[in-house]
Design a protein around this ligand. Structure first.
Ligand code: PMP
Length: 409
C-alpha cells in the first residue's frame, strides 16, 4: 500500500508531527536543511551517553570505541558514493569547508592567467573560494553561461573548454532552482581538456544515487545536514592523486607524522586533511543517516519525489499569477525544489504570509546572486521536498498560497 509505505518513513521524523499555533507544520525547506530521522538522533545521543572520547589518540576503551565508529563511517561513505579507496574520503564540517579546502589546496597549482570555469547556477560556496584562489594566484574566473531553460549552455561551455581551463567547478543540482546538470558529460568534456573538476553535490546526494567512480570527477563535496544527517559534518571526496596534491588549509594536531621546531612532516591521507579534533558525534550521526537512506526503497522514493515535484509545479501553474524558474515542463528533470514568484509581489512578503499558515519555504537569493542576476531577479521563493514530504504538504502549501494571493493581489 503506497500510503502506508510512505507514512512509515514519515513517522521516523519526530519534528514533522508538531503543530505550530493552530496549523500543521508544512516543512518545504528541505533544501536548506533536512529534518532528521530518529535513528540519527539516537545514534548521536548514544555516542554521547556511552562512547564519548576523542579519536585516534588514546589506548583506552572509550577512545577505541569512538575511533572504530568514526573510521567505520569513512568506509560507509566510501561505499555509499562508490569511491575507490577509503583514504579518498575526508571528513569536513560541510560543503563550504570542503570547497574552501580544495580551492586553498590548489594555491600552488595555479598561475597568472590560468582559467577557472564556474557554473552560473553555483552556490556562493562554490564561487567565493575560487575568487579568493584567483586573487592569490592571478587566475581568472569565467562563468559558464546558462541557456533559456537555466541549464548550462553547451555551445558556450565547449568554447570555454577550448581555452584549456585549469579548474571546472559545477553544481550537480542547483539549490536555487532544482535544475539537474548532466555532470558526467560535463566532467568528461572538462577532463578531455585537462581541467580538474569539482562537483558540488549538496543538493543531489539525498535525492539520487551518486557514483563518483562513474562520474569520474576529481572532487565531489556534500553536507551531512542536507541528507537527513546532523549539521557540522560534510564530505570532501577526492580522487587520490588529486587529493594528495592539495596543500592542507588547516594544520596542527592529527595531520602530522613528526613535528620539531626545525621541520614538520605532514602525515598521509586522510589524516593530512583532518587537522584537530573532528566532529566525532556528527560523523557517527552521518553514518546513521547513510544507514537510513540505504534502508529506503530508493527507486520508489525517487519516483515519489518526482511525482510530488510535478504535482507541485502543476498546482502552482493552476493557481495562476505564478512565475516558475528553471522548469521545462516538457522535459522535467528538476530535483528536490521549485523556484517561483507570485505576480510582482516581493518574495519576502510571500514567505512571511505563508509562515503564518504553518508553511516553511525559503525566500531570497538562495546564496546564488549571480544566478538571480542572470534571471533579472532580486530573489524568489523556493519550495523544496524530501523523502518525508507527502501530498498533504503540497495541498496545505497551495491552499495557503491561495490565501496569500487573495490577500495581496
Ligand atoms: N552548495 C549548495 C548547492 C548548497 O545548497 C549549499 C547549502 N545551501 C552549500 C553549497 C553550502 O553548504 P553548507 O552550508 O552545508 O556548507
Amino acid at each position: 500500500n503506497m500510503i502506508n509505505w510512505h507514512e512509515d518513513i514519515r513517522k521516523q521524523f519526530p519534528a514533522l508531527s508538531q503543530r505550530l499555533e493552530n496549523t500543521k507544520l508544512c516543512y518545504l525547506d528541505t533544501a536548506a536543511t533536512s529534518q532528521k530521522p530518529q535513528i540519527v538522533i539516537d545514534a548521536m545521543q548514544h555516542f554521547y551517553q556511552q562512547d564519548n572520547a576523542n579519536v585516534h589518540r588514546a589506548a583506552h576503551t572509550l577512545s577505541a570505541r569512538a575511533t572504530t565508529q568514526y573510521e567505520a563511517v569513512r568506509h560507509k561513505v566510501r561505499q555509499f558514493i562508490k569511491a575507490a579507496r577509503f583514504d579518498e574520503i575526508i571528513f569536513t564540517h560541510g560543503t563550504t569547508e570542503s570547497i574552501n579546502m580544495v580551492a586553498y589546496g590548489l594555491s600552488a597549482c595555479l598561475a597568472t592567467g590560468d582559467i577557472i570555469l564556474i557554473d552560473t547556477a553555483a552556490h556562493h560556496a562554490n564561487i567565493v573560494p575560487w575568487q579568493e584562489l584567483a586573487k592569490r594566484t592571478g587566475a581568472v574566473i569565467k562563468p559558464i553561461p546558462l541557456d533559456e531553460h537555466c541549464h548550462i549552455d553547451m555551445a558556450a561551455y565547449n568554447e570555454l573548454l577550448a581555452l584549456k581551463p585549469k579548474v571546472v567547478a559545477l553544481c550537480h543540482v542547483s539549490n536555487a532552482l532544482g535544475t539537474l546538470n548532466p555532470v558526467k558529460d560535463l566532467v568528461t568534456k572538462a577532463k578531455q581538456q585537462g581541467a580538474l573538476t569539482l562537483v558540488d553535490g549538496a543538493q543531489a546526494i539525498a535525492h539520487m544515487t551518486v557514483d563518483v567512480s562513474d562520474l569520474d570527477c576529481d572532487f565531489y563535496v556534500f553536507s551531512g545536514h542536507k541528507m537527513y544527517g546532523p549539521t557540522g559534518v560534510g564530505i570532501l571526496y577526492g580522487r587520490f592523486e588529486a587529493l594528495d596534491r592539495l596543500l592542507p588549509m588547516m594544520t596542527g594536531g592529527e595531520m602530522i607524522k613528526t613535528v620539531s621546531f626545525d621541520a614538520t612532516q605532514f602525515g598521509d591521507l586522510p589524516n593530512r586533511l583532518e587537522a584537530g579534533t573532528p566532529p566525532i558525534a556528527e560523523v557517527i550521526g552521518l553514518g546513521a543517516a547513510i544507514d537510513f537512506i540505504e534502508g529506503l526503497p530508493r527507486e520508489r522514493v525517487q519516483i515519489h519525489e518526482q511525482q510530488l515535484l510535478q504535482y507541485l509545479q502543476q498546482q502552482l501553474l493552476q493557481l495562476g499569477d505564478i512565475s516558475l524558474y528553471g522548469v521545462q515542463t516538457d522535459n522535467n528533470t528538476n530535483v528536490g525544489a521549485v523556484a517561483f514568484n507570485l505576480a510582482n509581489e516581493h518574495h519576502q512578503d510571500v514567505g512571511i504570509l505563508l509562515d503564518q499558515q504553518g508553511v516553511a519555504v525559503r525566500c531570497g537569493h538562495h546564496c546564488a546572486m549571480p544566478l538571480m542576476h542572470s534571471l533579472s531577479l532580486q530573489g524568489c521563493c523556493r519550495a523544496s521536498i524530501g523523502v518525508y514530504t507527502h501530498q498533504g504538504d503540497i495541498d496545505q502549501f497551495i491552499a495557503a498560497l491561495k490565501e496569500v494571493k487573495a490577500l495581496l493581489l
